[in-house]
Structure formats: structure tokens, C-alpha cells
Design a protein around this ligand. Structure first.
Ligand SMILES: [Zn+2]
Length: 88
């Protein structure tokens, strides 16, 4: 899971408890009873709760923005690595 956390950072995703998401605390920084923390929570988890292996909407909003802005770079890299992108 650390790997996917770092991938999130490389896509410009901040931690789920960052100040920029303070108004979306319930959505992106839920309690264990609400499914647990997401991948971009600053501390690691055991990965046992439903949210532990997923990106929050805060992360996805940032990552999708970067993908849209840098789309040509990802297309280039995917062609180099022969990876098929789902994103269009
Ligand atoms: Zn981090």
C-alpha cells in the first residue's frame, strides 16, 4: 500500500488530512466506523478496512486534474512502456 501512496504523491495528491481538504473531512478522512482511512492518509494502515485500499475523492480529484493537464505525457509514457490507458 505504501507503493500506491507514493504513486498518489507522484500524481500530485496530497494527504487526506491536508488543510486544503479541511472542508471535506467526512468525505476524505472518515473514521474506522465509516470505512477507515484512504490510501493518502499520512500514516500507513493494515489495509483491513474497506477504504484502506482506495483513493479518496480528494485524491481522485487531484489525480484526475493532473491526468487531464498532463495527458500527453501519460500517453507518451504508456506508448513507451506499451501500457494501455483506460483514461481517455
Ligand atoms: Zn505521504
Amino acid at each position: 500500500m505504501t507503493f500506491f501512496h507514493e504513486i498518489g504523491h507522484s500524481m500530485n495528491a496530497d494527504h487526506d488530512d491536508a488543510a486544503e481538504f479541511k472542508n471535506r473531512k467526512k468525505e476524505c478522512n472518515p473514521s474506522d466506523e465509516e470505512g477507515g482511512s484512504y490510501l493518502m492518509f499520512p500514516t500507513g494502515t493494515e489495509g483491513l478496512l474497506p477504504n484502506n485500499r482506495a483513493y479518496s475523492h480528494c485524491s481522485l480529484d487531484t489525480i484526475s486534474y493532473v491526468l487531464k493537464e498532463k495527458k500527453f505525457i501519460f500517453i507518451f509514457i504508456s506508448q513507451l512502456l506499451d501500457i494501455q490507458l483506460i483514461y481517455s
